[in-house]
Ligand binder design. Structure first.
Ligand SMILES: O=C(CO)COP(=O)(O)O
Length: 250
């Protein structure tokens, strides 16, 4: 059975004091949601604090990015080893904001994927089309190429360390969510694509999250779709009540 997951992508939000407040509220509100894995991703400077704060509850701390090299002269970057040394075993890779604003290509992401897997980390691999792709009806081929070029070089065994997050760029932070039918259609396509490249078993086992303007008022209908295994939540993850409502909708 694939896992149900609700992950909060905090992006570049919450300083230390704000992080402590949100974590403390999350501990009470989503510290033990049964049957759902809850993940939070504070910024790098607050990861250590988050790991310490959440030791007593069932919430996983993940990073929002990492560098592909083990160490070296890469000013401003963070390695897998650094993340692991503060207790972080999970990392988001390929978020559309990293692709769009920091020039992360499929080739670069393939290297980051390798670095994370080599370090036995779990990856939340993000991908999704822009509005122009959907208008041109190239959204399926675009998603397929993002998966093939960034991820599909991994071994069958690696898939146990992979969570997928389909995030249509046009739905991120816009208040415009994909309809539950659009999400389901793409998630089913993703599973078929995996089953062709690997196996039906792998396709059935991987958790595929939807991300893009998931809010308490729309989470339930999106999560009700059979191939949607949870969500990667941006704005609504910054408020404990909203995030808890979303986690409880799963
Ligand atoms: O980018 C997202 C999660 O990674 C989604 O962000 P929003 O939920 O703010 O649209």
């Amino acid at each position: 059975m694939r896992k149900k997951i609700v992950a909060g992508n905090w992006k570049m939000n919450k300083n230390l004091a704000e992080t402590e407040t949100l974590l403390s509220n999350l501990k009470t509100k989503v510290g033990n949601v049964s049957g759902v894995e809850v993940i939070v991703t504070p910024t790098f400077t607050n990861l250590y604090k988050a790991v310490e704060e959440l030791k007593s509850v069932d919430i996983t701390v993940a990073a929002q990015n990492m560098h592909q090299s083990e160490n070296g002269a890469f000013t401003g970057e963070i390695s897998a080893d650094m993340l692991k040394s503060v207790g972080v075993q999970t990392v988001i890779l390929g978020h559309s904001e990293r692709r769009a604003y920091f020039g992360e290509t499929d080739d670069l992401l393939a290297k980051k994927v390798d670095a994370a897997l080599k370090n036995n980390m779990t990856i939340i691999f993000c991908f999704g089309e822009e509005l122009k792709d959907r208008k041109n009806e190239t959204h399926f081929s675009l998603v397929e190429s993002q998966l093939k070029n960034g991820l599909f070089h991994i071994t069958e065994d690696n898939w146990k360390n992979v969570i997928l997050a389909y995030e249509p760029v046009w739905a991120i932070g816009t208040g415009e969510t994909a309809s539950p039918e659009q999400a389901q259609e793409m998630h089913a396509f993703i599973r078929t694509t995996i089953s062709k490249a690997y196996s039906q078993e792998i396709a059935d086992e991987v958790s595929i999250l939807y991300g893009g303007s998931v809010k308490p008022n729309n989470a339930e209908e999106i999560f009700a779709k059979p191939d949607v295994d949870g969500g990667l939540i941006g704005g609504a993850a910054l408020d404990a009540d909203s995030f808890a409502a979303i986690a409880n909708a799963l």
